[in-house]
Write a protein that binds this ligand. Sequence first.
Ligand SMILES: NC(=O)c1ccc[n+]([C@@H]2O[C@H](COP(=O)([O-])OP(=O)(O)OC[C@H]3O[C@@H](n4cnc5c(N)ncnc54)[C@H](OP(=O)(O)O)[C@@H]3O)[C@@H](O)[C@H]2O)c1
Length: 270
Amino acid sequence: MTSPNVLLIGCGKMGGALAQGWMAAQNPPKLMVLDRKLQQAPGDSPIVRAASDIPADFQPDIIVLAVKPAGADAMLATLRDALGERLHKSALLSVMAGKTCDHLAQACGWDDMAVIRTMPNTPSSVGAGTTGLYASPHVSEAQKQIAITLMKQVGTVVPVSRETDLRSIIAIAGSAPAYIFFLTELLEKTGVELGLTAEQSRELARSMMYGAGKMLHDLPEDASTLRKNVTSPNGTTAAALAVFMDENNWPRTVKLAAQAAVRRSEELDN
Ligand SMILES: NC(=O)c1ccc[n+]([C@@H]2O[C@H](COP(=O)([O-])OP(=O)(O)OC[C@H]3O[C@@H](n4cnc5c(N)ncnc54)[C@H](OP(=O)(O)O)[C@@H]3O)[C@@H](O)[C@H]2O)c1
């Protein structure tokens, strides 16, 4: 398949992670980046500062919208003015935590605009991303396949048939690397409190996270089996897990945290 023309709007934390992942992939897209401050784009992709600077002969296959939800409408208005029918011919792929497909289509100026909503995460930068993907009814099968292929270049894609499922995906995958990074921070800090040097503690916590993640990725066993394999009867792990697994501890807080992320994504739609 020939590589698609991709216009990436916003090359910050998430847009930048995708661009990095794509540029390291086998058959990278032909990328143009729109960002007001970025100095150098991954793969030295061309950068424009505003929609009005997009060259007249550039027809994007996919426009990846990676700005904050609050800035989306204004950005789409300038894009519509600059691209006209070229915008209508593209598929819009949002990575934003809020704003529905219908809302984005209207902001583009066409009710039948092809809008794909995704929820990727920052591990996309190292080809280990996880992306939930919903294609609205106006997206053609060909456009959907281009979008899936594009996001598969940076990791795993989980298509969903209900747009509202993206909220759950935010809670379980989009925001979730931050939960894991926070746990890593806590382990590092606790290691120092227990007498390790900061360097030792950092290396131990990070290496352990990588090893556990690699087992989850490489092996077919359920997470619960992998957990049980670490837990000797009446041993050290059982002592630690008795704290974490208390129903008022992780089972409760993980659910509360996920519900808070879902609620926030509902607010970001408006
Ligand atoms: N971060 C994540 O882990 C993650 C994961 C999944 C989805 N998302 C979604 O990704 C989107 C972006 O989040 P982010 O964390 O990547 O934010 P970010 O780091 O602030 O990136 C947004 C980028 O877009 C640029 N930008 C915004 N408005 C612009 C405009 N009008 N013209 C030119 N450039 C403009 C920003 O420039 P300035 O800095 O100058 O404003 C910035 O470089 C959000 O909608 C979020 O919900 C994020």
